[in-house]
Design a protein around this ligand. Structure first.
Ligand code: ZN
Ligand code: ZN
Ligand code: ZN
Length: 341
């Protein structure tokens, strides 16, 4: 089993793989830099027709023409986390270690190898969102899991695992440091102002309109005031809610619409860049002793979309002092004005 280790200085958890790789692993991975890895269509186990090779099916939305499914969820083929076993928290000398218990799932967003959900129309995009909702709701019930991370990596430079359109779920027995920092920031703001910082951000962005890309009945898409990546943008529900899995059915299609439309705009303006998006939602809400009572009021779920346009410099990586070659206001204008087909 892989091992989780905690950085004693910064509190970050990392995973050490049990099959430690030699230098050749990186040399091979970095030998070529095409936008995507080699086209693996002939051997892709996410494709329609190869369902029997993909392992146990965790969930599916069925219907339509053969292959009779729209989305499927399967276990990750080389999982970082495994669902069976004990957490095994232990201190070794001054260091904290833990077994890598968790869930690692692949959400297949389309039966077809080269057709993304955002290019298949609003009905398919809504099914993808529904699949996300279903899996996050289920994983929240496991008391060993603290956080369910949902992310999509598209393009080789964004670290995609398969070329086939898919997203990943990684549910961890700890709250990752990046999420914890965001939760702590939101909690501190609420303590000081007795308001949700994300509701305040939504109000401010709507008031000035300078960074808004799109606005629907229930959501806004905007470039954040201080982004980490050029052309980074966020999608935020207008109505306060801490957990994505509480999204109402009537909001699912609206979210599908704004996510689909903004992804198409980004791909059009930046010529199909590698990108990742992540869902930031409340930690699993199974009652536990260290949960704070204002979580439902102070946190507000959102999606962060991050195009990978430039490599970060050593200064940026070590200082987290990011340098933007495009202002977020200009980026919003480019995206807002784009009219992809
Ligand atoms: Zn495929
Ligand atoms: Zn809020
Ligand atoms: Zn966030």
């Amino acid at each position: 089993m892989h091992e989780l280790r905690k950085d004693p200085l910064l509190g970050k958890w990392i995973a050490v793989l049990s099959d430690s790789k030699g230098p050749d692993f990186y040399l091979e991975k970095n030998a070529e830099h095409p936008a995507h890895g080699p086209d693996d269509e002939g051997s892709c186990i996410l494709c329609a027709g190869r369902e029997h090779e993909a392992g146990r099916e965790i969930f599916a939305i069925r219907g339509g023409n053969p292959p009779d499914w729209y989305t499927r969820v399967i276990p990750q083929t080389s999982p970082l986390f495994q669902i069976e076993g004990e957490l095994g928290r232990r201190g070794v000398g001054m260091y904290d270690r833990m077994n890598s218990i968790g869930a690692n799932e692949i959400i297949i967003e389309s039966p077809q190898h080269t057709i993304c959900a955002e290019d298949s129309g609003i009905a398919q995009m809504s099914r993808v969102i529904t699949t996300y909702k279903y899996r996050l709701s289920e994983l929240e019930k496991d008391p060993r899991l603290r956080y369910t991370h949902l992310c999509k990596d598209c393009g080789r430079a964004a670290g995609e695992g398969y070329r086939h359109p898919h997203s990943q779920i990684i549910a961890t027995p700890v709250i990752p440091k990046g999420i914890k920092d965001e939760l702590d920031g939101a909690k501190a703001y609420f303590y000081y102002k007795e308001r949700c910082i994300f509701c305040d951000i939504a109000d401010e962005e709507m008031r000035t309109g300078k960074r808004i890309i799109m606005d629907t009945a229930n959501f806004i898409a905007f470039t954040p005031f201080a982004p980490r990546f050029p052309f980074e943008y966020w999608i935020l529900p207008k109505k306060h809610n801490c957990a994505f899995q509480d999204i109402r059915n009537e909001e699912v299609e609206d979210l599908g619409f704004i996510l689909m439309s903004t992804l198409k705009k980004m791909k059009y303006v930046l010529h199909d860049p590698p990108y990742s998006y992540v869902l930031h939602t409340a930690p699993n809400r199974v009652p536990r002793k260290d949960h704070w009572h204002t979580l439902g009021d102070d946190f507000h779920w959102h999606i962060e979309v991050m195009p990978q346009l430039l490599k970060k410099s050593g200064f940026e990586l070590s200082s987290e002092f990011y340098i933007m070659a495009t202002s977020p206001e200009d980026a919003a204008d480019y995206l807002k004005g784009a009219s992809p087909l």
